[in-house]
Write a protein that binds this ligand. Sequence first.
Ligand code: PGA
Length: 254
Amino acid sequence: MNKERKLIVAGNWKMNKTVAEALALVGDLKLELANVKEVDIVVCPPFTAMCEVSKAVLDSNIRLGAQNMSENNAGAYTGEICAGMLKEFSVRYVILGHSERRQYQKESDALISKKALAAHAASLKPIVCVGETLDERVANQTEKVLETQVRGSLSGLSKGQMEETIVAYEPVWAIGTGKTATTAQAQSAHAVIRGVLAKMFDETVARRVRIQYGGSVKPANARELMSQPDVDGALVGGAALEPRSFAEIIKNSI
Ligand code: PGA
């Protein structure tokens, strides 16, 4: 596929996989994807598997991401993990503001922007998630919601930091539901996000930022979604838990 920006496909394993299962999955992915150079490949295991998966991907084209991190650098924050701890395992990316964290942990745009700044301070690339709920889409609020989330979650970033940030458009109604946004819905939301980035930063920055689509991405719909001009990759949940389907999504996008 001939794209303006290099595609980036990330697997968000969520709260799945023991260490042994994680190693089996990543072992298969290494074999399936050994020759892929056209796409940036990222896996985001649970923290408990990070150490072992980190060793397993060391000599491969698979990069490591975390699913969350603290906005703080150290201290009395029970149960939290900071950027410096992730760096110990050669983590390069961190998913921030996933809709599940926005919903269950009540993460706000303001908190997410603090985390994004903390990630950049440690040279981690944030994957910042935004997306509307079904109610918001039905009420024609999609554009407004996306603008609010993009402005709030990415506020305070420099132009250089923004260029090193990935945005993931994940309509909440499409996550884990088997309902994918149509290519037209995805392209239009991505264009809205890029437009907001152009207003916040400038056209050049907006043109350089990679925007992933997430929400029931499967081997069967990956190619069509990623062929859209403003869709620069995918953030994959369920289909990333199985090596064949994650590998096929990546191969289908080339
Ligand atoms: P899904 O999840 O692919 O299972 O819909 C996507 C995500 O939550 O990132």
